[in-house]
Every structure is written in C-alpha cells, then in structure tokens.
Design a protein around this ligand. Structure first.
Ligand code: CO
Ligand code: CO
Length: 303
C-alpha cells in the first residue's frame, strides 16, 4: 500500500495472477439504466488498467427502499448486467443494504499473467503519454445536477462514461507499455503525478493535445466545477507549472473523472503507431498528450 496501484494483484502461479478491485458511487446521471452501465464500466476499468481481464463480479447496492420505487433499482441492475455481458464478466453474487441514497458498483475479480501486469509507475524519460478518452465528465455531471445540460451533451457524456476500457487495453498488449493507469477521481494531473512520484522525472503536457469534451470547457467557465476538482488542484498545484493555459482548461485537468480513459506511457515511436491503431479501431479521441522528461523532478509543466 505504500504506492497504491489501480487494483490488488496476487500471484497464484508462474503463469497466473489474480486481480481484485471494487468501486461504487452515487448516480452521475439521472437515467437509472445509464447509471448501471457507467458504474460497471467504471468498476471494471481498474482491471484493464492493470493489464488484466475481468472475469467475475459481485454487485454492491445501497438503496432507499422506503422512498424510491424498486423499478429504479431494477433498471440500474439491468444496465449493469448488460455491461457485464458486453465485457464477458460473470455476475456471481452481491449484497444490498438500505441507505438514504442509491449507490451502485461492483467488486471485481480478474486475471493476468504475472509478467504482464501493468503498474502505474515505470515510465521513463522519453516516453510519450497517451490518453484514450476526453476529460470533463465531472464538470458535466455537476452541471447535470443543476439541470444545466442539454440532452445531446448528456448523451455524449453517458456514451463516454459507459465505454469499456477493454478495447484500448487489448490493443496496448502488443506494445511496450512502461506504465498504465485509468483517469478517475484524482483527475488527469493527479493520476499523471502518481506515475512520476518519487521517480525523479517530470512531465510536459501539451495543453492543446489534451482532449476535453467541448461543453465541459463552457460549463467550467459558467462555474459548474465539482468540489473534487478544487481539492485535486489544492493538493497538486504546487507541483504544476502553468505556462499560459486558461483557467477553464486548467480546472479540467483536475476534474475528477468517472470511468475515465487509460493514461499510458510508452516509447514515443511506438506511441505514434499505437495512436494510429487506436483511432483505426474506433478509439477516436486517443491522443499523445505529453511526455516524460528527466530535467524537471516531480513537476508537471503545461505548455
Ligand atoms: Co484506477
Ligand atoms: Co478505483
């Protein structure tokens, strides 16, 4: 636990290791079926980020049985089951408790070859950083709660958040990946920082290359910024050097993501081929967003 990774890994034999993780949260969108889909995609993501394949899952359910219609829960669970089926994951049980607010997620078991585990550390100077999904879902979820988002934007955000990280993870297996994680609660900068923490290296991000959901920038400028984004910023800002990007874009880099994309480090020449392959296979927002450098210790420079 001294350097937390995306999930726990336990070696069973020379050719097999177990991956375990759990995640659950309150709704980020109003539609129960979509919430179920997003919660499952989010819960499975940490297994993909470790280079593994999720196989078994158990539901974690908190539900206000006296104040909410049971059909809401049924829809959430249907969304979840459909997403598990898509991922090839078998639901083998679960547990529910009564609670004031609905919460849903999974405990997940996956497998990986012990030599193929992807850590969130191990990036080296000269590596490119690749991100597979645009950021800004925390800002959009905040604006949804204030009913300030059009249906088209909600649809776009739901599609992004319910998209499994399975395909990019599968594609990456053919590349020389040095480090991998998924962008979630700490935001892009927080998770990027975990990659370089205590390694003596730094990161340069090219702001114009970082994919942001366009409406998120607009909503951020209107003040729809989740408390978590400010917390992330307060925690990491002293390690960040902003060389001239706007306040709106900056806060997006700290925006806590739900079911965000994979952030991965690999040699530059390979990253260019990877990006092409990702785009060819429908991961259209994947971009090289920066690189690991050796002359700025524990610093993230944004140009
Ligand atoms: Co993670
Ligand atoms: Co997690």
């Amino acid at each position: 636990m001294e350097h937390p990774d995306d999930a726990g890994v336990y070696r069973i034999s020379d050719s097999l290791a177990l991956i375990q993780t759990l995640d659950f949260f309150t709704p980020v969108v109003d539609d129960p079926y979509s919430f179920g889909q997003i919660a499952v995609a989010n819960s499975l993501s940490d297994v993909y980020a470790m280079g593994g394949e999720p196989r078994l899952a158990m539901n974690i359910i908190c539900f206000p049985v006296n104040t909410m219609d049971i059909s809401v829960l049924e829809e959430v669970l249907e969304g979840g089951s459909d997403k598990m089926r898509e991922a090839g994951v078998l639901l083998v049980g679960g547990h529910s408790v009564e609670d004031a607010e609905i919460k849903y997620g999974l405990s997940v078991t996956g497998f990986v070859h012990p030599d193929k585990v992807l850590r969130n550390t191990g990036a080296i100077p000269g590596d490119a950083l690749v991100l597979t999904k645009p950021i800004g879902t925390g800002i959009i979820a905040t604006a949804i709660k204030a009913s300030e988002v059009g249906s088209e934007t909600i649809e776009r955000a739901v599609k992004l958040m319910s998209e499994l990280n399975r395909k990019p993870a599968e594609i990456m297996k053919k590349y020389n990946i040095h480090a991998c994680t998924d962008v979630t609660g700490f935001g892009l900068i927080g998770h990027a920082f975990e990659m370089i923490e205590a390694t003596g290296t730094g990161i340069v991000f090219h702001a114009e290359k970082i994919p942001v959901i366009p409406q998120a920038l607009e909503l951020a400028s209107m003040g729809f910024i989740p408390a978590g984004a400010y917390r992330n910023r307060d925690f990491r800002m002293n390690m960040v050097e902003n060389r001239g990007i706007s306040d709106e874009k900056m806060i997006c880099l700290f925006d806590p993501q739900t079911s965000g994309g994979l952030l991965t480090a690999l040699p530059f020449t390979e990253a260019e081929i990877l990006i092409k392959q990702l785009k060819d296979e429908g991961i259209e927002n994947a971009e090289i967003i920066g690189e690991i450098i050796d002359n700025e210790r524990n610093k993230i420079i944004i140009i």
